[in-house]
Ligand binder design. Structure first.
Ligand SMILES: C[S@@+](CC[C@H](N)C(=O)[O-])C[C@H]1O[C@@H](n2cnc3c(N)ncnc32)[C@H](O)[C@@H]1O
Length: 235
């Protein structure tokens, strides 16, 4: 079964929350550390950061940013899964960062935030799970200040045909077996493969960002195009 609504997605992530981080590092061969550090580095020029990290999960984007910078004004992490947020809270406390981030349970497509609340909004590996991607992008635009920056990290399929075939074999066969064995739950990792395959191409996603009213859209492939960083600004 592929979860078809937000409640099913929240429930599914809740089930894998205890092994989520371990499997992330294992299945990406440690590349996920590098990808999140790259996202954090995209903000090096920014001052007075007021950040919302949507679909924050276990909080690795928040942590990458808070470890890189000690001048961040405010940090909010929002996620639909209470269990993912509980893991996030524990990690922040363990790292002594617990009082630097506010965690909120909610839907990234309908956030409780006022218009123009944040000058940076990030979302890593979250947008693929949104039932209505254009609505999620419009929500990000709404909560960003004018000239605020959006950074999205998301999986994709590599452009090179040979690499793509090898990657798809990994995604469809090896990955669910490894992840299912470790977590005891195969379905979320079959869901992962299906959503990566069905998510828009970088070209199409760029179009979505422009259609949602963003400007200065830029795209950066990572690790042979297995993941991309998308950046854009609210006019
Ligand atoms: C693949 S995890 C990514 C977590 C984290 N950003 C990271 O980089 O590891 C996807 C996260 O999106 C959350 N999520 C899915 N749909 C959501 C929604 N509509 N609103 C908020 N969070 C959502 C899930 O609960 C899960 O924690």
């Amino acid at each position: 079964m592929v979860p078809s609504d937000t409640n099913c997605v929240a429930e599914m992530f809740g089930r894998i929350a205890p092994t989520y981080d371990l499997l992330n590092h294992l299945l990406s061969f440690g590349q996920d550390y590098f990808w999140r550090r790259k996202v954090a580095a995209c903000l090096d020029e920014h001052k007075n950061i007021m950040l919302a990290d949507l679909a924050t999960g276990t909080g690795d984007i928040l942590i990458a940013l808070l470890r890189r910078r000690n001048d961040i004004e405010s940090v909010v992490g929002l996620d639909i899964s209470g269990k993912m947020l509980a893991v996030c809270k524990k990690k922040l406390n363990r790292l002594g960062l617990g009082n630097q981030a506010v965690l909120i349970r909610g839907d990234a497509s309908h956030t409780p935030f006022e218009d123009n609340s944040f000058n940076v909004v990030t979302m890593a590996f979250g947008v693929r799970n949104m039932p209505d991607v254009p609505a999620a992008l419009k929500e990000i635009r709404r909560i960003l200040t004018p000239a605020g920056k959006m950074l999205i990290l998301e999986f994709s399929l590599p452009a090179s045909r040979i690499v793509r075939v090898m990657y798809l074999l990994y995604l469809k066969i090896l990955l669910p077996v490894i992840a299912g064995g470790v977590s005891g739950d195969y379905q979320p990792y079959r869901y992962l493969g299906r959503t990566i395959e069905s998510f828009c191409s970088p070209f199409e996603f760029t179009r979505c960002m422009i259609d949602a009213g963003f400007e200065n859209v830029a795209v950066q492939p990572l690790s042979l195009g297995v993941a991309y960083i998308y950046t854009a600004a609210k006019p």
